[in-house]
Design a protein around this ligand. Structure first.
Ligand SMILES: Nc1ncnc2c1ncn2[C@@H]1O[C@H](COP(=O)(O)OP(=O)(O)OP(=O)(O)O)[C@@H](O)[C@H]1O
Length: 259
């Protein structure tokens, strides 16, 4: 791990909404090729952290450097180039309901890569297959997809522009255990085959043990610890001990690692 390359550096991040201080002096690194799980109690600011990193929230203080650059200080054209190196899967998918799945995935290719509609839709088919969707799914509208299909279609859209890093906000929430396990395997395949880097907000203990190289725990407005799953599970903190070594945490550990 000594050769690891930092893709994203978060330093001294503060996010405040009125009197509500969500992050104070938060530091975090994301390394190339890793799957990082971000966990924490409800309302600890996991989604706000994700949104700060991808530039959707301007931090009250501190800095986020993506590939060595601060998105918020770049001229528009450079900012857009940098944004294209990131794909985002939002909670709920955020697909356009009036477009088919294929059109949803093709849209960034037309808008940002300048492809013709025909080429974009052909490439969209490749991304849909990569995300594990059956060929006919491209013709469907989001309203007729199952929860698992929505996640896969959203992942296909996040992968449309061949990003270096994808941000996933609770990708397995609402999936049945088999669907969630399939999604974890898909992430591992994409990381291993394409060298994708993954930042994943999750509450899913199985995903944490199966897919994540490191886990960052948000608590007390900062990253309390960011380390391998085993080291985090051993960390001396009541919330962490309750989360990882409570009945659900132990069951998830045993399911993945054996007892
Ligand atoms: N745009 C906003 N304006 C004001 N407050 C906000 C805004 N976005 C988030 N917050 C507040 O920031 C805090 C953290 O929210 P966030 O959604 O990041 O939590 P979370 O850790 O992702 O929670 P959960 O696990 O429940 O999804 C909450 O108190 C929320 O109300």
């Amino acid at each position: 791990m000594s050769e690891r390359q930092t893709l994203i550096e978060v330093r001294g991040l503060c996010n405040r909404f009125g009197r509500n201080s969500v992050h104070e002096n938060l530091d975090l690194d994301l390394y190339r090729g890793e799957i990082l799980g971000v966990v924490g109690g409800s309302g600890t600011g996991k989604s706000v952290l994700l949104r700060s990193i991808v530039g959707l929230i301007r931090p009250s203080e501190g800095e986020v450097r993506l590939f060595g650059q601060n998105l918020l200080t770049l001229p528009a054209a450079e900012r857009s180039r940098l944004e294209q190196r990131m794909g985002v899967l939002f909670q709920g998918g955020a697909l356009f309901s009036s477009l088919t799945v294929r059109e949803n995935v093709a849209l960034p290719l037309i808008e940002h890569a300048g492809l013709s509609r025909k080429d974009a839709e052909e490439l969209a088919e490749v991304k849909l297959a990569l995300s594990g969707l059956a060929a006919h799914a491209g013709d469907l509208y989001p309203a007729s997809l199952s929860g698992g299909m929505v996640k896969r279609a959203s992942l296909a859209r996040a992968l449309a522009l061949d990003p270096d890093v994808v941000f996933l906000d609770e990708p397995t929430a609402g999936l049945d255990p088999i669907g969630a396990a399939d999604f974890d395997q898909l992430l591992l395949t994409l990381r291993n085959a394409l060298g994708l880097t993954v930042f994943m907000v999750t509450h899913d203990l199985d995903s944490l043990w199966t897919a994540c190289d490191r886990i960052a725990v948000l608590s007390q407005k900062r990253v309390l610890v960011a380390d391998t799953p085993e080291r985090v599970a051993d960390y001396d903190n009541p919330w962490i001990q309750n989360y990882f070594n409570g009945p659900r945490g132990r069951a998830a550990y045993r399911a993945v690692n054996g007892s």
